[in-house]
Design a binder for this molecule. Structure first.
Ligand code: THU
Length: 129
């Protein structure tokens, strides 16, 4: 198994998901092989809940701002056949891809597939000032 997916599996055990009972783990790999993990963190004000992908990516970019994100693995024990990032997370991954100047690969989708964010979200939102 891909070790990055294994890190996402472990991260899912640290999820805080008492409202949905749907735990998600994410593991981000940076260009220098550093791995940062995150898990979904829910809130009783549901809209304030944060997905595993954005927890991991925010921590990675905030801690290692000069690093480039190369891959993100995601896993849910409630959907062991694989999961797909939500729309908001796709936009966030696309932003990190622009910052990283790298077409981030997403690991852990159904069918064991790995896809690039440009394939998962071909026309990401962006604007110029
Ligand atoms: N969730 C994620 O962590 N990542 C996704 O890409 C989709 C959904 C979380 C949010 C919420 O805590 C739970 O899964 C159910 O939607």
């Amino acid at each position: 198994m891909d070790p990055l997916l294994n890190s996402a599996i472990e991260a899912a055990m640290r999820a805080y998901a008492p409202y949905s009972d749907f735990r998600v783990g994410a593991a981000v790999e940076l260009h220098d092989s550093i791995v940062v993990t995150g898990s979904n963190q829910e809130c009783s004000a549901f809209g304030a809940s944060i997905c595993a992908e954005r927890v991991a990516l925010s921590y990675a970019m905030a801690t290692y701002p000069a690093s480039k994100v190369h891959r993100i693995a995601i896993y849910s024990p409630e959907s062991p056949e694989g999961i797909s990032p939500c729309g908001v997370c796709r936009e966030f991954i696309a932003e990190c891809a622009r910052r990283s100047e790298y077409d981030i690969e997403i690991v852990g989708l159904k069918g064991g597939k790995t896809v690039k964010i440009s394939e998962l979200l071909p026309q990401a939102f962006t604007f110029t000032k």
